[in-house]
Design a protein around this ligand. Structure first.
Ligand code: ADP
Length: 224
């Protein structure tokens, strides 16, 4: 369903080229939960961004349902990012001026075309927020929430558009271990209940081990 073929990525620093990914191949089947583990600086975020259509590889291909993501037109690439992929990052990236409910709805409202649709989305957002234990927090601002609560908002924001694939970049990296485990348990639940494909990137072996399959990123290549 989502496939990386011979991905290379190099960054040009002021005077030298740094090769981060050196031929990554990865095939992710629909409904699977995989993790990619590796030390800091190994290129995990780089790979996740490339898989999600956020950053071009230097060479190689990303295929989603057989289509080459980086050969799409700008508009189709935007659609792929907005509709097929949900992102959860380490630092939540919520908008501080907006309420929890607004933060969740913002990305899907932008793409919605009718007030009926918006009403439906509003209802779904409330259901999902209740589902993650934020029933009482809908009108709160991110600054009024704990880190774990903010990450749950970010998770709901990623899920509201019903993406086929959820990409998680160190989603617990900023949380204590108990709160982090709760977030991963939620991700597992979403995966089970909706047969959602999940890619979890982390340096934490214990977290990575919760996935159905663990890949190791080392020296720019993936190994089982
Ligand atoms: P990880 O997620 O495994 O910690 P990253 O993908 O963030 O690793 O980074 C891998 C390497 O690529 C690091 O050495 C980092 O400094 C470098 N890197 C990442 N982004 C850039 C960039 N935009 N420009 C230059 N170097 C970068």
């Amino acid at each position: 369903m989502l496939e990386a073929r011979n991905i290379h990525k190099a960054y040009q620093d002021s005077n030298k080229k740094v090769s981060v990914l050196k031929g990554v191949d990865l095939k992710i089947e629909r409904g699977k939960f995989i993790s990619i583990v590796g030390p800091s600086g190994a290129g995990k975020s780089t790979l996740l961004h490339i898989l999600g259509g956020l950053d071009n590889p230097t060479s190689g291909h990303v295929l989603f349902e057989g289509k080459d993501v980086y050969s799409l037109t700008d508009l189709s690439l935007c659609r792929f990012r907005n509709q097929a992929i949900g992102f959860v990052f380490q630092f939540y990236h919520l908008l501080s001026e907006f309420t929890v409910l607004e933060n969740v709805l913002m990305p899907v409202w932008i793409g919605s075309d009718s007030s009926l649709n918006r009403q439906q989305l509003n209802e779904e957002a409330r259901i999902l927020l209740r589902h993650v234990g934020l029933r009482e927090r809908l009108e709160h601002f991110p600054g009024e929430l704990s880190g774990g609560e903010q990450q749950r908002v970010a998770l709901v924001r990623a899920l509201i558009g019903k993406p086929a694939v959820l990409l998680c970049d160190e989603p617990t990296g900023n949380l204590d271990s108990k709160t982090g485990n709760e977030i991963v348990a939620l991700i597992q639940k979403m995966h089970r209940e909706n047969q959602m494909t999940v890619v979890l990137v982390t340096h934490n072996m214990e977290l990575a081990g919760l996935a159905e399959k663990v890949y190791h990123l080392k020296d720019g290549m993936l190994a089982n």
